[in-house]
Each structure stands twice: as structure tokens, then as C-alpha cells.
Write a protein that binds this ligand. Sequence first.
Ligand code: SF4
Ligand code: SF4
Length: 215
Amino acid sequence: MASLKEQLWDPVAGFGVTFRTMFRRVATELYPYEKKPTAPRFHGRHQLNRWPDGLEKCIGCELCAWACPADAIYVEGADNAEDGRYSPGERYGRVYQINYLRCILCGLCIEACPTRALTMTNEYELADDNRADLIYEKSRLLAPLLPGMEQPPHPMRLGDDEKDYYRGAGQGRGGADPATQDTQRATTSHPDADEHRSTGSQRTAAALDDPGTRS
Ligand code: SF4
Ligand code: SF4
């Protein structure tokens, strides 16, 4: 049993904790009124990226779906046609869905993607009030068209054949460097994103506007 001295001291010690806390910095975040930027590599909503002429990077290979531990991705590939081309390769992702009721935002799918078609943005506001709206279709996942890009389907603008196309995209023939382009968009809600994006857009637009850069 506690002594009389301890019984008297305990409330004083308890109020001491309260008193000290009153002078500490408040850690409460006023979300959703004030939204703090995430870390640059935060895993948020996915994005399907495009090449600098607007064609889709996804080739419908389904590797992302196979890599997903939560079975959250559904892909159906289809063949490109010369009069209906969506990606520079042979195939494209005709159907692409991510089920955010299942996704645990682990990022294994983006590691598996061979073309860097799939990346993750910093967008974290993924709550909704019904199940159907949390299954994101391709239309909601595709990156927006930047200036100088065309809405597919359309022919390859960066080269006559696939080899030329990828060289053109990588060496400035089509403008933006594909290796950095998806990274720029993958940081959409980061404070630096607008600066990065406008730099990429300007480069893309300038190069695509230059007739000498087209095939
Ligand atoms: S982030 Fe993880 S859980 Fe979500 S779709 Fe990709 S692999 Fe699946
Ligand atoms: S996002 Fe990448 S891994 Fe998934 S189907 Fe498209 S190309 Fe393949």
C-alpha cells in the first residue's frame, strides 16, 4: 500500500504532466482545411503515363496485375491497329482497372512495370461513399494531356518505326525525356510538382511544335 507521502505526491506529479504539455508545440493538423505536402516518394494514387506525343506507355502486359499481392489490378490487352493506335508498340491496355478497396499502396505493381507506364502520385484522398467509385478505370488513371500531346488513337509522332520512336523520345526528338516525364507527374501534389511539370511541358511543347523534330 502506498505511503501517505506518495498519495499526496501523485496528483502533483500528474498535474505536472498536464502543465508541461500546455507549453509544448501543438501537433494537431487542421486537415482537411490545411493539407500538408507529403514526402516526395509517398505512395498515392496510381497514374498511367504517356509518351511525349500523347500515346500511352502501357502495353497491356499484365505484369502489374500478376505482381499485385492484393489482386487489385485488372488488365485486358489488345492489339494496336495502324488506324487505331494507342501505344507505340504492338499491344496496349484496352481495359485497365485498379480497385482501391483492395489496394494497400505497396508499390509492387510499379516495380513490375517494364515500361514505367505505371507510377504513383502523391494524391492520398481516395475515400468515397460507395464501392463502385473506388474501382478506378483507365480514364481516371491516365495522365492528363500536356501541351503538345494528342489524344490517342493517332499514329506515332516521334519516329517512323519503334526503334526511331524510342530514340526520338529519349534523345529530344519528341521533346521530353521519358525517364523523367513520369517522375514529374508522379509528384503531382508535391510543392515542386508544378515547377517540374511546367518544365517538362514546355520542353515537350517546344519540341513537338518544331516541325524539324517530327517524323
Ligand atoms: S500498390 Fe500494391 S496493392 Fe496496390 S495495386 Fe499496386 S501492387 Fe496492388
Ligand atoms: S501498367 Fe505496365 S505492367 Fe501493367 S499492363 Fe501496363 S505495361 Fe504492363
